[in-house]
Design a protein around this ligand. Structure first.
Ligand code: NDP
Length: 335
């Protein structure tokens, strides 16, 4: 198997020197194990956190360890009666071409039901994050305004489209004119704005004439500040991610903005609630699978994938993910 390992912990943007490619023989299968060939590897923003030593909700990847990640794999050999050769599965084997894994630690995929790569995106963890975070914490009501940034990504695009299904107005924020156009033309957002525009603040105001009732926080940074200023009384803020700061090496410049922020939380009766999607797996998986599969099938939720060929291109694609160069769910086609 060929693997990409964490060679050094990054300072700022992960450079090529942070990654190391190795090749090793896999052990013979023990009873209950399968040999997997990776078809698709998911690249997700949370992996930047795993590269750092800082304590988080999950253990960091050790230096020298294989980079972690969800994968769609094909079973090449099996010593388990749970899996047959040729089965396609959702596994968590990381940045490598092949792996030996316990046959219990994977989920079967039906290639006739949906393209298997969607198990990493709209029908997988990111889609689930959008569904559970928006409906459980955001609770959009008909006629309300929902704002989401990183809106072309798998989480944001699902947030906006689910908000519309629930009768709310969806406003998407993304980087660059092509993404902004796709949000309204392809994904049905009511309005979309470019966070790199010199007049972003005015455009946000124009797109949210009645203020913001739900801000699904994916990015933080200046975008988060601008949307916070538009929040209505009783607005809900599911805090899902803060990708604008994942490569940061120092605190943002300027005065401490926390007191003013908490002042708003108080005087406007805001609900600001962070979450890691795992929390909702026991309670929301069944409804998610039923609703999302239906919405994707009937076209009310669309999705885009950004497929990059070759495991060797994963480090560069990952840098692009944190900088907004991906358009849609980023996956590596490994074989
Ligand atoms: P995306 O595919 O949307 O990729 C991240 C995007 O963030 C980039 O494409 C870029 O898009 C945008 N971005 C990067 N820097 C900035 C910035 N400074 N300001 C504004 N936008 C920026 O990723 P996902 O859909 O997979 O994830 C979206 C968010 O959800 C992330 O924060 C992620 O960590 C979080 N997440 C949280 C989970 C949880 O359980 N809490 C689970 C899964 C994801 P653009 O071109 O628009 O700038």
């Amino acid at each position: 198997t060929t693997q990409i390992r964490l060679a050094h912990r990054p300072v700022g943007e992960p450079t090529d020197a942070c990654f190391e490619t190795t090749t090793e023989e896999l052990p013979a299968l023990a009873e209950g194990q399968v040999l997997l060939a990776t078809r698709y590897l998911s690249l997700d923003p949370y992996m930047r956190g795993r590269m750092s030593a800082a304590k988080s909700y999950a253990e960091p990847v050790p230096v020298g360890g294989v980079m972690v990640g969800a994968t769609v794999c094909e079973v090449l050999e099996s010593r388990s009666d749970r899996r047959a050769v040729g089965d396609l599965v959702l596994a968590y084997t990381g940045w490598q071409t092949h792996a030996v894994a316990d046959a219990r630690h994977m989920r079967s995929l039906d290639p006739d039901a949906a393209p298997v790569s969607t198990a990493l995106g709209v029908l997988g963890m990111p889609g689930f994050t959008a569904y559970a975070g928006l409906l459980e914490i955001g609770r959009p009501q008909p006629g309300e305004t929902v704002v989401v940034a990183a809106a072309m990504g798998p989480v944001g695009s699902a947030v906006g489209q689910i908000a519309r299904i629930k009768g709310a107005r969806a406003v998407g924020i993304a980087g660059g004119p092509d993404k902004v156009r796709a949000l309204t033309e392809e994904f049905g957002f009511d309005a979309a704005i470019d966070h790199r525009s010199a007049t972003f603040g005015e455009e946000l105001k124009a797109a949210t004439p009645e203020g913001v009732d739900v801000y699904f926080e994916n990015v933080g940074g200046p975008v988060g500040d601008a949307v916070t200023a538009r929040l209505n009384t009783y607005a809900r803020v599911p805090v899902c991610g803060l990708v604008a700061g994942y490569n940061a090496t120092s605190a943002p410049e300027g005065p401490d903005r926390l007191p003013a922020y908490l002042g708003r939380v108080l005087t406007q009766s805001l609900t600001v609630r962070g979450f890691i999607q795992d929390e909702f797996v026991p309670t929301h998986t069944e409804a998610f699978q039923r609703d999302m599969t239906g919405w994707v099938a009937d076209g009310s939720v669309r999705y885009r994938e950004d497929v990059v060929d070759g495991l060797e291109n994963a480090p560069e694609a990952f840098r692009g993910l944190l900088a907004g160069r991906n358009v849609g769910k980023l996956v590596i086609r490994v074989s």
